[in-house]
Design a protein around this ligand. Structure first.
Ligand code: GLY
Length: 534
């Protein structure tokens, strides 16, 4: 199993060791992340899970929704993003949390162990304490401005006004109480009654519109997975309201059409083709939104005819300016903080689960009586259509704010399999999630990399607009960069492209797990009674 924090990986392994299946481990790990990885793990946010068990693939959407009082224009006026009131900071930025009902539903339908056993590691971590690692200390220090805006948050995460140093033991008694109630009574312990009323009061005190009624009405949704074949593997990924699976499917389908696998591994052609494919996939993303309002669906964008047409105008000798690429049209009208965990169990059952508060520490407001932070997922809507969001994404009407609607995501929890091998993978990284996930998949499947090497390798990213090809340090040699610039790409170096957590079960039944070294993650494998850690 691989997750973003050693304590959370340990929670999943503990539950597997107790006879749990991949779903039990995923939920235990996700709840542990809500304690030890507060910048992204959560009860106050949402996410998606792709699950394969007994040969059946399912996906669960527990994405946040816009509160009932949300309006299309609520973020049009520029209230500034440093004060409470915008789509990023403070509870107006918060969607209705989906994690409490979503994680419970995932376990209710597909878990094996009792619910209380799965929640137990998270309760223990919050109640007895955990050690702040260097990465969390650094994140807290870097987010001091946000966390100190709200006294409720500062009193927990900035004791005496300072971020805790690495090595400090933190205990979270209020969160432990909330988790214990969740263990005893399920999601209603959070979505109905005292905690729900406290969430409404905290939101309202700081200018938000989230209500206890929004919480009570929230429902996770089981959705049809996106299914496609690529490079000899069957792939299942997340559909709307995430764009992630669609972008992954377009990426792999277009790369097959343009002969990507046959190009030299370290030359400019492969990077050029990735950029050309992503310009087109992210242009089509403009038409996506909540399934109820999306202009296009995955069957439109992954249709053979559309992929053929998209591939037809990709040139090897020159970049297509993004301004010349228009999004899919109906026929006749011609930060970055999310967290991903992957787990595969001894029976080949697999879960890829991505969960998020959106930005680091979400909207910054911690509900004192509940002990957890609220998300700032409203920024994933086209909050101000035509203007880029925090990930630089420009989005369309299909993703405008409306009450009860789910905001478009890029999360890409994915399970792929072929001839007895199973791979679960995904990443955080905002708009860079699908591109980071795709590159690790390609490194394993096309180039046959060892799993660690596949994750380590430097990555690139393009998202249509802005018309920039980003490259991690060391992704491009000076010669490759020069060729790409000659072909018309604007290359920028810097920033990571996702933190990919991946687990593979091989033909021999041996499981390998790798956590991305770019982040704080950890991977571990349970081998009969002994466990091996990486
Ligand atoms: N909040 C990042 C995403 O959902 O894509």
């Amino acid at each position: 199993m691989a997750s973003a924090a050693p304590d959370a990986t340990e929670a999943g392994i503990e539950v597997l060791g107790a006879g749990g299946n991949a779903v039990d481990a995923a939920v235990a790990s996700a709840l542990a992340l809500a304690v030890v990885h507060p910048n992204a793990g959560n009860l106050g946010g949402g996410g998606f899970a792709v699950i394969r068990s007994d040969g059946v693939v399912r996906t669960l959407d527990f994405r946040e929704t816009a509160p009932a009082a949300a309006t299309r224009d609520m973020f049009m006026e520029d209230l500034g993003q440093s004060a409470s009131g915008g789509s990023l900071v403070g509870p107006l930025a918060a969607g209705v949390p989906g994690s409490p009902a979503g994680l419970y539903e995932l376990h209710r339908r597909l878990g094996r162990l009792p619910w209380s056993r799965v929640v137990a590691p998270a309760v223990r971590l919050a109640r007895d304490g955990f050690v702040v690692n260097r990465r969390l200390a650094w994140k807290l220090e870097g987010s001091k401005d946000l966390l100190s805006l709200f006294p409720e948050t500062a009193s927990v995460w900035l004791p005496e006004g300072e971020a805790p140093l690495a090595g400090t033991v933190i205990r979270l008694p209020v969160l432990a109480r909330t988790l214990q109630a969740y263990s005893d009574r399920g999601p209603e312990a959070i979505t109905i009654g005292e905690v729900a009323r406290a969430i409404e009061a905290a939101s309202s005190r700081h200018g938000g519109v989230l209500t206890a009624a929004d919480l009570a009405e929230y429902r996770p949704v089981w959705r049809e997975p996106i299914r496609f074949e690529a490079f000899g593997w069957e792939v299942a990924s997340m559909g709307l309201p995430s764009s992630g699976g669609i972008i992954l499917g377009q990426t792999l389908g277009l790369l097959e059409r343009v002969g990507w696998a046959d190009k030299a591994r370290f030359g400019a052609d492969r990077v050029h083709l990735l950029a050309e494919v992503w310009r087109r996939a992210y242009a089509d993303r403009f038409q996506l939104g909540d399934p109820a309002t999306s202009v296009a669906g995955w069957r439109d964008l992954l249709a053979e005819a559309w992929l053929d047409r998209r591939a037809a105008d990709i040139l090897i000798e020159r970049a297509t300016p993004s301004d010349e690429i228009f999004a899919w049209q109906p026929r006749g009208q011609e930060k970055d903080e999310t967290t991903h965990l992957s787990v595969v169990d001894a029976d080949g059952g697999a879960v890829a689960l991505t969960t998020t508060l959106n930005g680091n520490f979400g909207c910054g407001l911690l509900v004192a009586e509940a002990g957890f932070l609220l998300n700032n997922e409203m920024d994933d809507f086209a909050a101000r259509p035509g203007e880029p969001n925090q990930f630089g994404l420009i989005q369309g009407e299909a993703n405008a704010v409306a009450p009860g609607k789910r905001m478009l995501s890029s999360m890409t929890p994915t399970i792929a399999w072929t001839k007895g091998r199973v791979m679960a993978l995904g990443a955080p990284g905002g708009s860079r999630i699908p591109t980071g996930t795709a590159q690790v998949f390609l490194n394993v499947v096309v180039d046959g990399d060892e799993l660690q090497a596949a994750v380590d390798r430097a990555r690139v990213h393009h998202q249509w607009r802005p018309d920039v090809l980003w490259a991690e340090d060391d992704a491009l040699s000076p010669e490759t960069r020069a060729v790409l610039e000659q072909r018309g790409h604007t290359v920028m170096i810097g920033g990571g492209v996702g933190l990919v957590q991946v687990v593979v079960r091989g033909l021999d039944g041996v499981v390998e797990a790798v956590a991305d070294p770019r982040g704080p993650g950890s991977a571990a494998v349970l081998r009969s009674s002994a466990k091996e850690k990486k």
